[in-house]
Design a protein around this ligand. Structure first.
Ligand SMILES: Nc1ncnc2c1ncn2[C@@H]1O[C@H](COP(=O)(O)OP(=O)(O)OP(=O)(O)O)[C@@H](O)[C@H]1O
Length: 391
């Protein structure tokens, strides 16, 4: 059990590489927090400063309220998963995992029980007698994870521990990490660039880019109310669609209008943006592929046809339970994800003309200059009308 505070931590490498830039956040006792961001965002450097493997250029690291900024790694009661290459080649998997417990003179029965319990979770119970060279890469990685988990540390730091495992094992490990955390009453800070891992495991997610925090929130909040365009584009699969637009008063209604489309805003959004509409300003609409629907524009598709032509099918990708359509609209390609049971009863082929239907209550709007969110999807139950992207 432990509480972590990272207070205005900065790390500058050499003369000018600002890897971490004034990062501040806290992880509560027994909380599972993700540091999520793209490659080079400063995640590993942050983790290494918390573990004591790297010294900050500025700021403080506090564990359970004590300033640990300059403490040696072994004095921090922190366990970190290292790369599988750090396994001792001459020791068996069992002895590799038992090593941290032997260092702490853990009684034999307890040591044995902990190693076997963790090995079972990691599905390596049958492999404990083998040396690392007799194990596959994925199995070695699991021994490395096991070596960290057997320790009764206050704070566990994990740097992409399962990214090299195959998809099935990753999905198993996601569930197991979550169970382990509550069983061990552990505080975990987990670094990843994989938004699916973060969405499924985290209590809270800290999204970082260029060494700075972009947003902190629960997974749902990050997905539903991204604070800026970066977070909106980084979280969610398939990624959010963005379309340049202006917000303007259009025949008494307020609409977000761009190249070949004009979307009337719902009452809540229109009220929020009424001042903006008087002096048109550059925005970007954000549309989640899951919130869009697709319809043909032939006579059999009904009277919505009058609402205009959206675009043409550029590509179709079938994902089993869903189909993703790439639709060319002007110069842009918009992705639409439709669940199999929500698909119109007809086949779509490349170059078929189609319409993209948008529930305008689910719009995101970002200031094009600052990237900051101007509106989030409406939470009201007002029955919004389906608008159609098109001319
Ligand atoms: N020892 C170092 N010397 C100089 N620059 C470094 C050093 N370590 C990291 N950097 C730089 O600091 C930045 C952040 O690196 P870091 O490894 O923390 O990112 P990351 O978010 O963990 O990325 P990844 O997901 O690719 O591991 C990068 O631009 C990297 O090149």
């Amino acid at each position: 059990m432990a509480r972590l505070e990272v207070d205005a931590v900065t790390k500058i490498f050499g003369a000018s590489v600002r890897a971490v830039d004034g990062l501040s956040f806290a992880v509560a006792d027994r909380e599972f927090v993700f540091l999520l961001g793209p490659s080079g965002a400063g995640k590993t450097t942050t983790l290494r400063m918390i573990a004591g493997l790297e010294q900050p250029s500025d700021g403080r690291v506090l564990i359970d309220g004590r300033d640990m900024t300059w403490a040696a790694p072994r004095d921090r009661n922190v366990a970190m998963v290292y790369d599988r290459n750090s396994l001792y080649p001459h020791l068996s998997a069992y002895e590799n995992m038992a090593y941290p417990l032997r260092l702490r003179r853990t009684p034999g029965a307890e040591l044995d029980a902990r190693v076997k319990r963790v090995a079972e979770i990691l599905r390596i119970g049958e492999l404990l007698d083998r040396a690392p060279r007799q194990l596959s890469g994925g199995q070695q990685q699991r021994v490395a994870i096991g070596r960290m988990l057997v320790r009764d540390a206050g704070l566990y730091l994990m740097d992409e521990p399962i990214s090299h495992l195959d998809a099935k094992l990753r999905s198993h490990m996601r569930l197991e990490f979550k169970k382990l955390q509550s069983e061990f009453a552990a505080t975990i800070l987990y670094v990843s660039h994989d938004q699916l891992e973060a969405m499924t495991m985290a209590d809270r997610i800290i999204v970082v880019d260029h060494g700075a925090i972009q947003q902190i929130g629960a997974p749902r909040e990050i997905f539903q109310r991204p604070a800026n365009r970066f977070v909106a584009g980084f979280v969610g699969e398939p990624a959010m669609n963005f379309l340049a637009c202006e917000v303007r008063a259009d025949g008494g209604k307020i609409a977000a209008a761009g190249d070949g489309f004009s979307l009337p805003l719902c009452a809540e959004h229109a009220a929020a943006l009424s001042a903006v509409a008087r002096t048109p300003k550059a925005f970007e609409i954000g549309l989640r592929p899951q919130h869009l629907a697709i319809a043909g524009n032939g006579a059999e598709d009904g009277d919505e046809r009058e609402s205009g032509i959206g675009g043409t099918i550029y590509a179709v990708e079938t994902l089993g339970s869903a189909t993703v359509f790439d639709v060319s609209v002007g110069q842009t390609v918009i992705r639409v994800q439709a669940n199999q049971d929500a698909l119109p009863n007809r086949a779509f082929r490349i170059n078929d003309p189609v319409r993209i239907r948008v529930d305008t209550r689910r719009l995101h709007l970002f200031d094009r200059e600052s990237g900051r969110a101007a509106i989030h999807p409406s939470l009201s139950r007002e029955s919004g009308r389906l608008a159609v992207l098109g001319a």
